[in-house]
Design a protein around this ligand. Structure first.
Ligand code: FNR
Length: 369
């Protein structure tokens, strides 16, 4: 089908299921155990309803924003409050792999999160950036700290904007669809490198063996000694850990459960965001709060921002979009969300994102509240 026939992000997912190899589909779509968290990541957005205002002039709307506005030297202007969540192995879906995402992010003015397990070489990705194009590098800390130190030096020298340190996968979740699928693994080029040969345990098992399961809060001191880039902890799943992160002075957190791929029955990130807004509204001033998992619509983006998120990440939608259509697919996916955000703002009666606040939404109780 032509890329222009894709009207929403789910269209890209259906198309990807038709064209991907069984192994690639299993790797991209799978999640932990019974995939209850993966489903809940999306369905919890249905708890949130709007309180639209009418007869507001909405001819002109501005959906640009600034990330890390309070971190000196790292403030990052983006055209839209979304970013590409770092997700591995884009080449399983398209020969240009992550280069599609780097180019699309540059063209559309959003941040790309580069996965530690990207299937394109790190330099190659950094080379195709536009001048000044912001990138977040996602780190998995290697059992061999010297290997991680080399990567951190490199991404600092090459002008990355921040580091997203992933903390929700000391071991992989049990992703049975991925474990069952057979096939050859594409060699990783993201810098850390795993064992590129298939192990019979699925793609994830083959690329994650180097990750240190003994990482702890004390390693933040190691990070600060090694790298001067702002630190964003990706994979926070509780209010207590947002509090701990703020206490330890990290610049940002991503409320995330790895798209449901780690612990099944970890809460939906949007539910954690609701709880954070209710219990610790003060923390939104201290630390940038991001959220990912199950974001598929412009209205999802507006809901998260109304609760205080600075931006939201999308993972699978970009893998699916580039699988079907390369760079043009990734650009189209961003345009779709942009259109939905703009339309949503107008229908809600706002003209800039800073007008979003908790009074514009209604939150229904969870069934077990
Ligand atoms: C991921 N994710 C991920 N996260 C990370 O920190 N490093 C990584 O290498 C990967 N790899 C990866 C591969 C695939 C196939 C998926 C689907 C996801 C998690 C990703 O950054 C993000 O948290 C989720 O994808 C968000 O959920 P949605 O948008 O996919 O629902």
């Amino acid at each position: 089908p032509p890329v222009g026939s894709m009207l929403n992000l789910d269209d890209f997912e259906r198309n990807a299921q038709n064209i991907l190899t069984d192994q690639a589909w299993a790797y991209y779509s799978s999640a932990g155990d019974d995939e209850i968290t993966k489903q809940q990541n999306r369905s919890s957005y249905n708890r949130i309803w709007f309180k639209p205002r009418i007869l507001v002039p909405v001819g002109q709307v501005d959906y640009s924003t600034t990330l890390m506005a309070n971190v000196s030297g790292a403030d990052t202007k983006v055209s839209l409050p979304i970013y590409i969540s770092p997700a591995a192995m884009a080449k399983l879906g398209h020969p240009d792999g992550e280069l599609n995402l780097t180019r699309a992010a540059g063209r559309m003015g959003i941040v790309q999160g580069i996965s530690a397990n990207a299937s394109v070489g790190l330099d190659e990705m950094l080379d195709v950036r536009k001048p000044g194009q912001p990138t977040f590098y996602q780190l998995y800390v290697n059992k061999d700290r010297a290997a991680s130190e080399r990567i951190l030096k490199k991404i600092q020298d090459r002008g990355c904007t921040a580091v997203m340190l992933t903390v929700d996968a000391p071991v992989m979740g049990k992703r049975e669809a991925d474990m069952r699928a057979k096939g050859e693994v594409v060699e990783t080029g993201g810098g850390q490198g795993g064992d590129p040969t298939t192990s019979g345990g699925g793609v994830a098992a083959a690329i994650s063996g180097y990750i240190d399961p003994n990482l702890s809060w004390d390693d933040i001191a190691w990070y600060r000694k090694t790298c001067s880039l702002p630190l964003i902890l990706k994979g926070i799943q509780s209010i207590a850990d947002v509090e701990e992160a703020a206490k330890r002075g990290v610049e940002g957190v991503v409320l995330s459960n790895h798209g449901g791929r780690s612990l099944d029955f970890s809460p939906a990130p949007i539910d954690v965001l609701i709880e954070l807004r209710q219990k610790r509204p003060d923390l939104f001033e201290k630390i940038d709060v991001y959220v990912d998992g199950g974001v598929r619509r412009g209205t999802d983006v507006l809901k998260a921002l109304a609760l205080g998120a600075k931006a939201v990440g999308l993972g699978r939608p970009f893998l699916y979009a580039q699988s079907g259509f390369g760079e043009a697919g990734a650009v189209r996916a961003i345009e779709i969300i942009q259109d939905e955000v703009e339309r949503g703002m107008r229908l809600l009666g706002i003209t800039s994102l800073d007008q979003l606040n908790p009074d514009m939404i209604d939150i229904l109780p969870r069934f077990f509240d």
